[in-house]
Design a protein around this ligand. Structure first.
Ligand SMILES: [Zn+2]
Length: 460
């Protein structure tokens, strides 16, 4: 049966306007005022906002970091995403060194297929390079993987500057886009050793070993290399004002640069690392939390349209038994925090609710921009006839408090414990299926793989 969502206020980056939506056969079939209700189940959205289903372009589910495995897998992670209003996630398939990309992609498909409650796609993280792997890039694009990830830090993952240049060029030829983790890995190693040498082994050593310059230098170098390669790049999880300055410089040179930041860099600061009883370990992620002045700069950049997407970098490890692995040595604390469930409510409350960004900007930052950037638009990220019927009915008056006790992320804490939120996903439709009703997750396991397009495919 068709669904007719009546009397809501549609929110799009181009503007907000009252309209009804008809959903049929998994897609949106009509948008407009006073649509006829015949043959449809009518859902009232009076007093609510209607957003295109949110997209989280940065998650790590079912990831083995070499020592331990993330607390959330595709089952729990995508259920949490959907409940919060996120209908599509992009996770990172990661090539182990010595493995080819086809094997890595098949591995991630096995993790997600049949276990996902929202739709999903993969970026491919390239950690190893040879002529065979270069030829596999076209195979990735044919399989719907048109975005890639490169690391400048982490010894088991990073590529050197020459490879950055070579791979950027290949990705450009393919019509794909590279996302880059920008931290200077050599500096990080030296500064971790320095902190430990002076006896600083607790969580407070983590930010000291990765100061803003470590990010800013890598952002600048990455963007100069991308400029030489003529490639568009995406700076993922930007955390510093100094890094943002490097991006401004590259854009002023005429480069195409996309920027992602995350709620944690907007709402949490590095004072958390000083919490007693090893609690600072809950906030160990890379890059680390920064100063309030960095937060302020990121909010201003976002309001000015200089930041394109908000991802969570959801990479959850339990405090008990996992974060505790680094009790004697901060460099052994598994890196990452949960957040996929709470991103929309946090951004609505602390972004739209405070007037720092508009609701139209939220639709762009949490949905449309990611869909466009990653080759899913207008199938995803839009409230248009023909688009997938991924729809969030957002109640702007719902209020609550984030707690670990109430979350469905399968992890024993949340970095946002005690954060008040105003605004929540009341109902969520995934390709027309009414998966969340009145804030309750009703349907699970419906997630499908999203085959994404290259730049060339998008223009024809
Ligand atoms: Zn990440």
């Amino acid at each position: 049966m068709d669904t007719l969502i009546k009397d809501g206020l549609l929110v799009t980056p181009q503007g907000s306007f009252p309209a009804d939506l008809r959903l049929s056969g998994g897609v949106i079939t009509a948008v407009g005022p006073e649509l006829p209700i015949e043959g449809a189940k009518v859902i009232s959205a009076a007093g609510c906002l209607i957003f295109p289903g949110f997209i989280d372009p940065h998650t790590h589910f079912d990831l083995d970091n070499g020592v331990t495995r993330t607390a959330d897998d595709f089952n729990s992670g995508t259920q949490a995403a959907l409940l919060g209003g996120t209908t599509t996630i992009l996770d990172f398939a990661t090539q182990n060194r010595g493995e080819n990309l086809e094997e890595a992609l098949a591995h991630w498909h096995r993790k997600a297929a049949g276990h996902s409650s929202c739709d999903y796609g993969f970026h491919m993280a390239i950690t190893d390079w040879n002529p065979l792997i270069a030829r596999e890039l076209a195979m990735m694009a044919a399989g719907g993987v048109t975005s890639f990830k490169l690391y400048m830090a982490y010894d088991s993952l990073r590529v050197n500057d020459g490879l950055l240049y070579t791979i950027f060029k290949k990705i450009r030829e393919l019509g794909g886009i590279a996302g880059v983790h920008c931290e200077n890995g050599d500096l990080v190693n030296a500064m971790i050793a320095e902190q430990k040498a002076i006896g600083n082994r607790g969580p407070e050593g983590h930010p000291l070993s990765r100061p803003p310059e470590v990010e800013a230098e890598a952002v600048g170098r990455c963007l100069h290399i991308a400029g030489l390669a003529g490639a568009a790049v995406n700076i993922v999880h930007l955390s510093t004002a100094a890094g943002m300055m490097e991006i401004m410089h590259a854009r002023a040179r005429g480069q195409e640069v996309y920027v992602e930041t995350c709620p944690q860099y907007l709402l949490l600061d590095d004072s958390r690392y000083g919490l007693p009883d090893f609690e600072g370990a809950k906030y160990v992620m890379s890059p680390p939390l920064r100063k309030l002045k960095d937060q302020e700069m990121l909010w201003q950049a976002m309001a000015a349209g200089a930041i394109n997407t908000i991802g969570t970098d959801h990479c959850s490890f339990n405090f008990k038994g996992q974060k505790e692995l680094g009790r004697q040595d901060f460099s052994r604390i598994p890196n990452g925090i949960p957040g996929v469930q709470h991103r929309p409510a946090l951004m609505y409350t602390y972004g739209v609710g405070t007037g720092r960004i508009t609701q139209e900007q939220m639709a762009a930052l949490l949905s449309e921009n990611a869909a466009r950037q990653y080759g899913m638009y207008p199938q995803k990220g839009a409230l248009l006839p023909g688009s997938d019927a991924d729809v969030v009915i957002w109640d702007p008056e719902a209020s609550g408090v984030i707690t670990a006790a109430e979350q469905i992320q399968r992890v024993d804490y949340t970095p946002y414990e005690g954060f008040a939120v105003r605004g929540a996903a009341r109902d969520v439709f995934l390709r027309g299926r009414h998966a969340v009703q009145q804030g309750r997750l009703i349907e699970t396991g419906l997630g499908r793989y999203v085959h994404r397009k290259t730049r060339a495919e998008r223009s024809c």
